[in-house]
Design a protein around this ligand. Structure first.
Ligand SMILES: C[S@@+](CC[C@H](N)C(=O)[O-])C[C@H]1O[C@@H](n2cnc3c(N)ncnc32)[C@H](O)[C@@H]1O
Length: 273
């Protein structure tokens, strides 16, 4: 399979460089699109791509895997709830800082970004703290950001959510949960491609200086050079000693990048050193 032919077709039609993705991921996406279109040879698929603009778009969209969960990693949720948010609230109060700044990079339909806003609220309300949190969510997929604004989720997305949290922050209707109306504006969502050299941080954040950056299940899809570029960008967007949350599968990428130290032997949270 000569992926380069597909890379060129997408670049010519949409001006997007899909060589940023890891070759194995690209191969998987192409194979899946070939199966869906009942195309058995790679050469025929390349011809099909040249004939059908819509298929190029479909292939591109298939690379934006939007699977997500609220409170996806229980270990990281425990670290955030018991250690990171309490520590940040205490130090911000001490320094009289105006807010805690959080970025969910690759937020899909918003579950990760809302989870961070909710965790802050749980900790702050327990301590009667008044330091607000500003949460920004960005994703390359306009459809995912649209869903994030709607904030309506299937039950499957809520499997890690405690019953008391469901009752407090969501309204249930049939098999779906909608974020309670007072939480709908809790995150500033925008579309953005983090692999793009021009993109530095969420436009609404004005300056970055994030205390927490969560970028889970995104790096894994990219080639090592682009992973490095994204990790450096995330590092620059954080305050000194800020926290970076990734997925378990991405720990080794951060360990290899340098400039970060794991906050604990469990979980997948690093601090910028
Ligand atoms: C598998 S989902 C993970 C969602 C969430 N972070 C989580 O862990 O539950 C990966 C998300 O990253 C987004 N994504 C992929 N590449 C991106 C890029 N270059 N810039 C911004 N978002 C990207 C996809 O559209 C998708 O919504």
């Amino acid at each position: 399979m000569k992926i380069q032919q597909v890379v060129e077709a997408v670049q010519a039609s949409f001006g997007r460089d899909i060589s940023v993705y890891s070759p194995s991921f690209l191969r998987r996406c192409i194979n899946e699109r070939m199966k869906s279109n009942d195309v058995s040879s790679f050469g025929n698929y390349v011809d099909f791509l040249h004939e059908d603009q819509q298929e190029i778009e479909q292939l591109l969209c298939s690379m934006w895997i939007n699977y997500t969960l609220f409170f996806r990693s229980p270990l990281d949720v425990a670290l955030l709830e018991e250690f990171i948010f309490p520590g940040l609230i205490q130090s911000k109060e001490h320094l009289n800082s105006p807010s805690i700044r959080v970025w969910s990079a690759g937020c899909a339909s918003g579950a990760e970004a809302y989870s961070l806003a909710i965790l802050h609220d749980l900790v702050a309300s327990k301590r009667a703290a008044t330091i607000p949190v500003l949460v920004f969510g960005t994703d390359i997929s306009p459809a995912a950001i649209e869903k994030a604004h709607q904030a309506v989720y299937d039950r499957d997305v809520m499997v890690n959510t405690k019953l008391s949290w469901l009752e407090r922050y969501f309204v249930s209707r049939g098999r779906q949960y909608t974020l309670a109306p007072e939480w709908k504006g809790a995150v500033d969502f925008s579309v953005g491609d983090i692999s793009d050299r021009q993109f530095t941080s969420p436009p609404g954040s004005i300056f970055a200086d994030f205390d927490i950056v969560s970028c889970c299940n995104l790096l894994i899809y990219y080639n090592p050079e682009v992973q490095k570029r994204i990790v450096e960008k995330l590092g620059r967007s954080m305050v000194q000693n800020g926290y970076l949350v990734v997925d378990q599968s991405e720990r080794s990428i951060i360990e290899g990048a340098g400039g970060f130290r794991a906050v604990s032997s469990f979980g997948n949270i690093f601090t910028r050193i």
